[in-house]
Design a protein. Sequence first.
Length: 234
Amino acid sequence: MAGITFRELRQGLVHMFYPLLCEGCRRQLVANETVLCAGCETELALTHYHTMPANETELRFSGRFPFERATSYAWFTEDGLLQHLLHGLKYRDRSEIGTWLGAQFGTALAAANWQQGIDAIVPVPLHPSKEAQRGYNQSEVIARAMAGAMGIPVWADALMRTRATESQTSKTRTERAANVADAFAPGKPYPLTGKHVLVVDDVLTTGATTEACALVLLGMADVKISIATIGIAV
Ligand SMILES: [Zn+2]
């Protein structure tokens, strides 16, 4: 039983009695399919940014703070398939969606050796009250699956969220920045000095949240920052 959480055990039992359905089209999944059927998987609008320098993810952070490289897995559009998946991950207790997305992304990055030189992954933290309510931090679930595919550790508590911020969804760029400013602080001590860390978040919109995290890390030690998000909003 080592390594199996109660959540995974419970989900395994549920799946014994209820067949897994595709999150895209609700058809029954077959062997080796866990979240999307093969047909729906091709509908995710992958960016392939990890093979493109000066991609849109990098441009969104350009000039705001020093970073090495940045990428996103797929386009996030209103009512699109990725929005549906991330909604399930955040609000319908479907942590396996984050595990699947993280593994897909991490495998693609590892195939291009994108992670070369990166020492650890730091997921954007949730406030403890929200993490307790949700049962997990969705960015940490994604980060752990990415880390498994890329063979690098996760430093999950290197940052902590000190304020339970309001949802960013309906805010303007300026409001988003103000909402997350000072929302993060150093967490548990990790040997950050001289290291290259990958900040992982679920969706990139204006980048205010990622920037706030990066600024705290840059203020803690002499670190290099790279960034990876599952979604990039149009
Ligand atoms: Zn499907």
